[in-house]
Ligand binder design. Structure first.
Ligand SMILES: Cc1ncc(COP(=O)(O)O)c(C=O)c1O
Length: 447
């Protein structure tokens, strides 16, 4: 498969002409005003050469380990990052080399460029790069005016990072059950969980599918609740004319390496249309300093590294193509798995059509199946097919979070944790590999 470079003008609600230019100008000003001096390190030529050749060596080692084409490796891993990195390895090497050359490591040019580009791709005005998605939630909630003791509704079947973000903002996570078909937060259950202390809802766009924007807006607006999107798994997902991240007051993204847009380490971003909110997160991520050594907030050190931003800048133009290829793979799975529905193999429902970006392709192994999930997972593993479970234990049954609920409180989330299985899913996953996975499932069911 060839990677096409794409432009990403998106015709969603929040796009305004001129936003990108305005953001770029602001990013430049911000860099000048960030208070962090970024001297170009005057390396001796031999030192620079030495570093550049190390980068090149490392990347050519990566190249050597890559399969020559997208054709299937002997074993099916749940994710294969090499396939997406191979065609752009030299672009990335050049970018990294330039940054080493400039010594531009913290709050640098690539970060400003990536913040502008990613926010624009999501149809939002401002992006603030932070150390990880968890920090994007924690700092973002603080900047939204969430106060200690405020209650925030979140789905019981999310990754624990959503809870950690809420707790770091000193708010109280209130778990809510999910819809058993989509695995997304159930807004009827959310309504029942509202108290006088409820200030916000965090819809988690799980597996790459957005919670219905229309239903969310209706839910939040009439109750005066803040919508803060956890879009860690939903880069450029869309639904009902909205892009993930453009719906609420602010949104958090993760660039963990295996995400649809992943860095070469940890990374995250807070995006918002609210200039003051963005500025507050910029301050909080940088020791609470608006300008150098003047600390107006008790902040932290949570900046997205310039090197990571540079890698993400190279990858961003390919994201739509990669997402489309995931959707192609999901469509093939759906077609082949359809006859197995009556045998208890049921894909998580897609209610957002082509807007689902399939961070994960998840099936349920229901009571109708002749085998249980764990047995199926073991049989697939024996055939060299790696799978995952996202997630095996609901948040309220985790040892650290037992105060958030009792067994039986969130029955759909608990059932899903026992039934779900994530099949191999990544751009470049071949139809032949998908057929092999489905045939192995069929054999395991004895059909
Ligand atoms: C739903 C969800 N929220 C938040 C996070 C946290 O992101 P990070 O790992 O970058 O801190 C993740 C990461 O996996 C996630 O999947």
């Amino acid at each position: 498969m060839r990677c096409e470079k794409l432009s990403y003008p998106i015709l969603y609600k929040k796009e305004e002409s001129g936003v990108r230019r305005k953001n770029e100008e602001e990013s430049e000003i911000r860099n000048q005003e960030s208070g962090i001096e970024l001297p170009t390190i005057d390396y001796q030529l031999s030192t620079v050469n030495c570093q550049l050749s190390t980068v090149n060596n490392q990347l050519s080692t990566i190249n050597c380990q890559l399969p020559p084409t997208y054709e299937q490796p002997a074993q099916s891993t749940i994710v294969n990052l090499s396939l997406q990195h191979q065609p752009i390895a030299s672009q990335i090497a050049e970018t990294i080399a330039k940054i080493i050359d400039r010594g531009d490591f913290i709050l640098g040019r690539s970060l400003a460029e990536f913040e502008t580009a990613f926010a624009a791709a999501c149809g939002v005005k401002y992006g603030v790069g932070v150390a990880c998605g968890t920090d994007a939630i924690a700092l973002g909630l603080q900047a939204c005016g969430i106060n200690p003791g405020d209650e925030i509704l979140i789905p019981a079947n999310t990754f624990v990072a959503t809870i950690i973000g809420v707790l770091q903002a000193k708010a109280i996570p209130i778990l809510v059950d999910c819809n058993p078909d989509t695995a997304l937060i159930d807004l009827t259950a959310a309504t029942a969980a509202i108290t006088s202390k409820t200030k916000a809802i965090i819809p988690v766009h799980l597996y790459g599918q957005m919670v219905s924007p229309r239903e969310l807006l209706e839910f939040a607006e009439c109750r005066n609740l803040i919508i803060f999107e956890d879009a860690a798994q939903a880069h450029l997902a869309a639904s009902e004319g909205y892009r993930a991240g453009s719906l609420g007051k602010a949104a958090a993204f993760s660039f963990y390496p295996s995400k649809n847009l992943g860095s070469f380490g940890d990374g995250g971003m807070l995006i918002t249309d609210d200039r003051n909110l963005a500025e507050k997160v910029r301050t909080l991520r940088n020791y609470g300093a608006k300008s150098k050594y003047l600390h107006s907030e008790i902040g932290s050190n949570s900046r997205l590294d310039n090197l990571q931003a540079a890698v993400l800048n190279v990858k961003l133009p390919y994201l739509e193509t990669w997402n489309r290829d995931r959707a192609r793979a999901a469509h093939h799975y759906n077609t082949l798995l359809a006859p197995l529905k009556s045998l208890g193999i049921v894909p998580i429902e897609n209610r957002s059509g082509s807007g689902h970006i399939y961070h994960l392709y998840v099936i349920r192994i229901t009571e109708e199946s002749s085998i249980d999930r764990n047995t199926l997972q073991q049989q697939l593993a024996r055939e060299g097919i790696q799978t995952g479970i996202h997630y095996p234990v609901p948040c309220h049954l985790q040892p650290a979070y037992q105060n958030l609920g009792n067994p039986g409180d969130f029955p759909h989330a608990e059932t899903l944790c026992r039934q779900i299985l994530s099949l191999p899913m990544y751009p470049g996953l071949s139809n032949t590999q998908i057929e092999l996975v489905v045939r192995t499932i069929e054999r395991s069911l004895n059909c």
